[in-house]
Design a protein around this ligand. Sequence first.
Ligand code: EZ4
Ligand code: CO
Length: 402
Amino acid sequence: MKIVDARVIVTCPGRNFVTLKITTDDGVTGLGDATLNGRELAVASYLRDHVAPLLIGRDPARIEDTWNYLYRGAYWRRGPVTMTAIAAVDTALWDIKGKVAGLPVYQLLGGRSRDGVTVYGHANGETVAEVLDEVARYTELGYKAVRVQCGVPGLPVTYGVSQDKMFYEPAAARRPVEATWSSEKYLRMVPELFAATRDRFGPDLHLLHDVHHRLTPIEAARLGASLEEYAPFWIEDPVPAELQEGFRLIRQHTTTPIAVGEVFNSIWDCQQLITEQLIDYIRATVVHAGGITHLRRIFDLAALYHVRTGSHGATDLSPVCMSAALHVDIAVPNFGIQEYMRHTELTDEVFPHGYRFADGYLHPGEEPGLGVEIDEKLAARYPYDPAYLPVNRLLDGSMHHW
Ligand code: EZ4
Ligand code: CO
């Protein structure tokens, strides 16, 4: 079997998605997500101009070899653009392998390790009362785990709080929205949010929170300590993770579990975090961490060090990525939890898929391959629409981490 076509499809059914579609000489097709929020066309060009020509004529069955061909063969290694492009190829080849074998991809990864994939939803609000109402909507839908994000009194725009609550979308503007930040005000708010949520919903609901890289290690240590009595499932991205050893400081002061890694692209971004047991959950996912092939390598390393998985699953990861993530989640021994921000109905129409939500769990479908397709005619009706993620400034105007 040979690859005869590798095509990049860019579509914006409400938000931008980049998809790679690989076709074999037998007419089998495979899909890979290649969406990099706010930098979409860089990956589209990388694939179209530099990768697709190399794929033509290759044997689609040689997934590992193709991964290394693209990784080592580029000479310029790693980085979000390269690794997202490699992920798209890798994911599409796993899809093809599953279709050729007549098996869902999770069967090729060793079969089920669990009955369903526990997911968490996003409850966002301007005020604590609003957040609690959102949490109630999720518990009514059957969710066992909810991420809580709340406006910070005294700050006009806060990460995680949007107008359309059930379909949070941060990349909405032609120019980046400028948000403001104060760690001091924020650190006062979060324990109040957790106290109120535990008080209303009791001890069993898993509560998560995303710090979105905004604290220093000692501030994160204080946050973790101040939340211990509410037993959070995790706090996510407490600090920017370029300085992996910085997490030692957090660890010395709190037993609140730490999750990190939605912006990681490779095993080398988290090697020290994992091997020194500085984190509890690794948030790398298929599309930004080199595909199923590389993600499994990360997860296997994590398993050796008692680190569990908690893959990124925001709406800027397409249903192709979500589908691939679920096949990995259901199979790996050290699964922890999967983020799940539901896509809009229009996105689900463009990407018909077999995975289903029921009672707090997602279930990958039983279709051969990944169980997700793209309606190209419908996709073509929604052309690319540039949008940027926000930026963030301190009250004095300094650039801060978003
Ligand atoms: O800000 O996916 O945990 N989820 C997140 C997301 C990210 C976006 C960035 O594109 O932090 O909402
Ligand atoms: Co996050």
